[in-house]
Design a protein around this ligand. Structure first.
Ligand code: CRA
Length: 793
C-alpha cells in the first residue's frame, strides 16, 4: 500500500530492483499494475463482505460483451491516485502515459453495446451500488485491424497472454454445463426429466475488480472461461478433439455466424454465460429461493443472454422442485431486458431444431412458455397477424426478442426515439399486451473515462471555473453556461482544444506516419462501419468537395481534416468496400497539389477504446449522420459533446436528446426525419435514380464512383453499386447528401467566427451532464432494479 508519493516511489523502486536491469517499460508497467491490483484488494474483499453481511439486493448485468478498455489509468483516476503516481514516476524517470501504453487492451466487445456495459460497471461501482457484470473471458477479443492497399485486414488478438492479470482465477467456484444429450422422463411418479448422455463443459470464473470512484466500493466483473471437465465427466473417444471443441466456446468474441457451425458456437456461448452465471447466483445465495426477486435483479443486455429466462425456469423447476406458476412468477420478477436495435438482421432468431439438439430441456421449457403465452393471447380475439407477431416459436424459429419481452418484468429501449419506435412499430403488439412493461432509459457514458481520464486538461479548466463538484454530479456542468460570454474562459477553452489537437497529431505521426495540420478543422466520423451509419455519404460528400475545388478556382475553403475510424465485420462486404473507397479517395486528395491544402482524409487504423480516448477530446465536429430511425442511441455522440465538439447530424437516436439539450442553434442538423424515413419505407415512394438524373453534382460523383475510378477498379465497389443502384439506396444517401453538403457549409462559415464557435462548444459541455451514465444507472436503479447505495467508510 502507498498513501504518499514518497511511499509509492519507495515501493516501486523496491520491486524494480528485484527485476533485471534496466527494466523495460513493459516490466515497469507490470510492477505498477501489480501494485494497483494489490491496493484495491482490501476494498474488494470488504465490499464483498459488506454485501453478504447487509444482505442488500444485488444486480447482475448479463452481457456477451464488456468492452472495458485498459484498466491501469482508469483505476488510478478512480482511486484519485493518478497525479501522485504520475509525478512519482516522473521523478524516477518513467512516464505514466508510456507505461499505460504497455497494457494489452481487452477487446471483448464490438462497439456501443459492449462499451455501454463497461460504462455501466464504472457508474454502478462509483455510485456505490451492489452490481456486478457476468460475461465471457474470450481468449481473443475483436480482431485487430490493419490496412493493406486500402483494404481492411484482420489479425487475431491475444490479450490474455500478454496481460498482467487484473483478473483472478476462481477455481473454487467452477461449475459444469451440459450440452446435447437426451431427455429421459419416467412414466411413473412426478414429471422429472433427466438429462442423459450430455457433453459437459467446465466453466471457470475469472473475477476482475471494478473500482468505483469517490468511495471504497469495488464490484466484480465475472468472466467465464470454458475448459475441459474432470475425468468422470469426459465423453468416450478422442479427448484432445473434445478439449478443442470445449475451448472454442470462450476462444473468440462473435464467431462468424453466417455458417451453421458459427451459429451453433454462438448459441453455446450464450447458454454457457447464462447457465454458469445463474447457477452461481442460486447456489451461493443465503436466502430462500422463493424470495429470489427480492434479493436479485438480472438485466439482460440485448437478447444474447435471453436464455437466462428458460434457464432460470429450469433451475427453479428441476433443481428446486417448484411448480410452474411459482417459478414463472419469480423469473418474471427477476429478469429485465434492454433492446438495442430494431435492425432486422440483428433481431436474433434460433432454429428450433438446433436449440432442441443442443439444449433439450431448455427448449422444452421454451415450448411451454410459448404454449402458455399463445393460450393467453388467443383469449384476446386478436387478428391472425397479431397472433403471429406475438408467437415466440414461429416457422421453426425461436424469436429471442419476443421470449425476452414475455419473460421480463421491464423492457427498455436506449433513447426516447428508439423506445417510441419499439412501442409503436417493432413491438406494437407486445406493448399492447404488456402496457406497463416498456420504458425508456437513454444511454449514458462515464465521464470518468471520457472526460476526466481522456481529457484532464479540459477537466482542470472546468474545475478552475466552477469547482469540481461536477465530478460527482455532472448536472453541475450547467454552471458553465455562465461562462459562454467570458472571453478569457473561451480563450482558455480554445487553447485546451488546440493542445488536444496537437497531441493527436503527434500521436498519429508516431503511429501511422501521417502528418496532420493541427490548424485544420478536425471533423470525425468514428464508429463501426455500417450502411445505416452512412460513412458512404461522408466520403461521397468529400469527393464532391474535391470536385468543387478542382472546378472552381475561387473555392478555397478553410482546411479540414476528415477522420474516419472503425472496423467492418469480417463478412460485411459492403462495409469493407466503403473502407477501401475512403482510402483511395484519401490518397487522391492527400496528394493533390491544390486540394491537399484544403482537405485531408485520414483513416485511423485499429480503432479501440484507447484510440477513442485520444480522438474524442481533439474533435471540432462530431459526425452523427445515420439514417434517421436506424441508430438506436449512439454513445459516441455523447463523448464528443462532453469534450466540446459540435454535432453535425440527423435527428436520430440520442442525438435528438442532445439537440434538446443544446438547442438547434448549437448544433448542425439536417436530413430526413425518422417519420419521413419510415413513411418512405412504408409507401415505397423514394426513387434514388431521380437524384442521379436530376442533380448535376450527384450525377457526376455517382458516375465517377460507378466507373471505378475512385476505388481503383469497379470490382472494388460492386457491393456499393448494388446497394445504391439495385437496392434503391435503402439508407437515403443520395436523398440527404445535398442537405448534408449545405449543412457542412453552414458549419464552415460558423467556424470562421472563432468566439461563436467556442461559445457553442461550451454550451455543449455545459449541457452534457445528463448523458453521464451515472444518470442512466440511477434511473435503472430507481425504476427497475431497486438497489440501495451501500455505505462505505
Ligand atoms: N450497435 C446500437 O446500434 C447503441 C448501442 C448501445 C447498438 C447503438 O445505437 O448506442 O447498441 N445496438 O445501446 C446493438 O448492439 C445489438 O444491438 C450498437 O452498439
Amino acid at each position: 500500500m502507498f498513501y504518499s508519493k514518497e511511499e509509492f516511489k519507495e515501493n516501486f523502486v523496491k520491486l524494480l530492483e528485484q527485476q533485471e536491469q534496466p527494466a523495460s517499460p513493459k516490466t515497469a508497467y507490470s510492477i505498477l499494475a501489480g501494485m494497483v491490483r494489490e491496493f484495491v484488494q482490501r476494498d474488494w474483499d470488504e465490499t464483498t463482505y459488506l454485501y453478504q453481511e447487509e444482505q442488500r439486493k444485488q444486480l447482475y448485468y448479463f452481457s456477451i460483451e464488456f468492452l472495458i478498455g485498459r484498466m491501469l489509468g482508469q483505476n488510478l483516476v478512480n482511486l484519485s491516485l493518478y497525479e501522485m503516481v504520475s509525478e512519482g514516476l516522473d521523478e524516477l524517470g518513467y512516464s505514466l502515459a508510456e507505461l499505460e501504453e504497455q497494457e494489452p487492451e481487452p477487446g471483448l466487445g464490438n462497439g456501443g453495446l459492449g462499451r455501454l456495459a463497461a460504462c455501466f460497471m464504472d457508474s454502478i461501482a462509483s455510485l456505490q451500488m451492489p452490481g456486478h457484470g457476468c460475461g465471457i473471458r474470450y481468449k481473443g477479443g475483436l480482431f485487430s485491424q490493419g490496412l493493406s492497399d486500402g483494404f481492411q485486414t484482420e489479425q487475431p488478438t491475444d490479450w490474455i497472454n500478454d496481460s498482467v492479470g487484473w483478473d483472478t482465477r476462481r477455481e473454487d467456484l467452477a461449475l459444469y454445463i451440459p450440452f446435447f444429450g437426451k431427455l429421459q422422463v419416467s412414466e411413473e411418479g412426478p414429471f422429472k426429466p433427466e438429462h442423459k448422455d450430455a457433453k459437459w463443459v467446465k466453466a471457470v470464473p475469472y473475477d476482475m475488480p471494478i473500482v468505483g470512484a469517490y468511495g471504497n466500493t469495488v464490484n466484480t466483473l465475472r468472466l467465464w472461461q470454458a475448459e475441459l471437465p474432470e475425468q468422470q465427466l469426459l465423453p468416450d473417444g478422442d479427448i484432445d478433439a473434445y478439449q478443442q471443441q470445449v475451448e472454442t466456446i470462450s476462444d473468440r468474441l462473435y464467431p462468424d455466424d453466417s455458417t451453421d457451425e458459427g451459429k451453433l458456437l454462438r448459441l453455446k456461448q450464450q447458454y454457457f454465460l447464462c447457465s454458469a452465471s445463474l447457477q452461481t447466483i442460486v447456489k451461493n445465495r443465503d436466502f430462500p429461493i422463493t424470495v429470489l426477486a427480492k434479493h436479485v435483479a438480472i438485466q439482460i443486455n440485448d437478447t444474447h443472454p435471453a436464455l437466462a429466462i428458460p434457464e432460470l425456469m429450469r433451475i427453479l423447476l428441476d433443481e428446486e422442485g417448484m411448480p410452474w406458476e411459482e417459478a414463472w412468477g419469480i423469473t418474471t420478477h427477476t429478469i429485465s431486458y434492454t433492446n438495442h436495435t430494431i435492425l432486422e438482421e440483428a433481431m436474433e432468431k434460433w432454429s428450433s431444431r438446433m436449440l432442441e439438439q443442443l439444449l433439450p430441456r431448455v427448449y422444452m421449457i421454451i415450448q411451454e412458455i410459448d404454449r402458455r403465452f399463445k393460450e393467453k393471447c388467443h383469449q384476446e380475439n386478436l387478428e391472425p397477424e397479431a397472433l403471429k407477431k406475438l408467437a415466440i416459436i414461429d416457422d421453426g424459429m425461436v424469436k429471442m426478442a419476443t421470449l425476452a419481452v414475455v419473460g421480463s418484468y421491464k423492457v427498455n429501449g436506449v433513447a426516447k426515439l428508439h423506445t417510441d419506435i419499439l412501442k409503436m412499430r417493432e413491438m406494437k403488439e407486445l406493448n399492447e399486451h404488456f402496457p406497463h412493461k416498456f420504458h425508456n432509459k437513454t444511454n449514458g457514458i462515464t465521464h470518468r473515462r471520457w472526460l476526466m481520464k481522456a481529457n484532464p486538461e479540459l477537466s482542470d479548466l472546468i474545475s478552475s471555473a466552477i469547482g469540481d463538484e461536477w465530478k460527482q454530479d455532472t448536472m453541475k456542468l450547467h454552471k458553465l453556461n455562465e461562462f459562454t460570454q467570458d472571453s478569457v474562459f473561451l480563450g482558455d477553452f480554445k487553447a485546451v482544444k488546440q493542445q488536444k489537437k496537437n497531441q493527436l497529431a503527434d500521436y498519429l505521426l508516431d503511429q501511422q506516419t501521417v502528418t496532420i495540420d493541427p490548424e485544420s478543422i478536425y471533423d470525425m466520423h468514428i464508429k463501426r462501419f455500417h450502411g445505416y451509419k452512412r460513412q458512404l455519404m461522408n466520403i461521397l460528400h468529400i469527393q464532391m468537395l474535391y470536385n468543387r475545388i478542382k472546378e472552381d478556382a475561387s473555392y478555397r475553403p478553410h482546411p479540414r481534416t476528415f477522420f474516419f475510424a472503425g472496423k467492418a465485420a469480417k463478412s460485411y462486404q459492403f462495409a469493407k468496400q466503403v473502407i477501401k473507397l475512403i482510402n483511395t479517395i484519401a490518397e487522391q486528395i492527400n496528394t493533390d497539389p491544390v486540394a491537399r491544402h484544403h482537405l485531408h482524409v485520414v483513416f485511423v487504423e485499429d480503432y479501440s477504446v484507447s484510440r477513442a480516448e485520444k480522438m474524442f477530446p481533439a474533435a471540432d465536429i462530431s459526425e452523427q449522420i445515420s439514417t434517421a430511425s436506424k441508430e438506436a442511441s449512439g454513445t459516441g455522440n455523447m463523448k464528443f459533446m462532453m469534450n466540446g465538439a459540435i454535432t453535425l447530424g440527423t435527428f436520430d437516436g440520442a442525438t435528438v436528446e442532445i439537440i434538446e439539450q443544446t438547442g438547434e442553434d448549437n448544433a448542425f442538423i439536417f436530413g430526413l426525419s425518422a417519420q419521413q424515413v419510415m413513411q418512405f419505407e412504408k409507401e415505397k415512394t423514394y426513387h434514388a435514380r431521380e437524384f442521379i438524373e436530376k442533380d448535376h453534382e450527384i450525377s457526376r460523383m455517382v458516375s465517377e464512383l460507378l466507373s471505378g475510378s475512385l476505388s481503383k477498379g469497379p470490382e472494388n465497389i460492386d457491393f456499393i453499386r448494388r446497394q445504391l443502384i439495385d437496392e434503391n439506396d435503402p439508407f437515403f444517401v443520395l436523398k440527404d447528401i445535398q442537405h448534408y453538403a449545405r449543412t457542412h457549409n453552414r458549419a464552415l462559415a460558423e467556424y470562421e467566427d472563432n468566439l461563436a464557435w467556442q461559445e457553442m462548444s461550451v454550451v455543449n459541455i455545459a449541457q452534457s451532464g445528463i448523458f453521464s451514465s451515472d444518470r442512466t444507472i440511477r434511473q435503472y436503479s430507481d425504476e427497475v432494479w431497486g438497489l440501495e447505495k451501500v455505505h462505505s467508510k
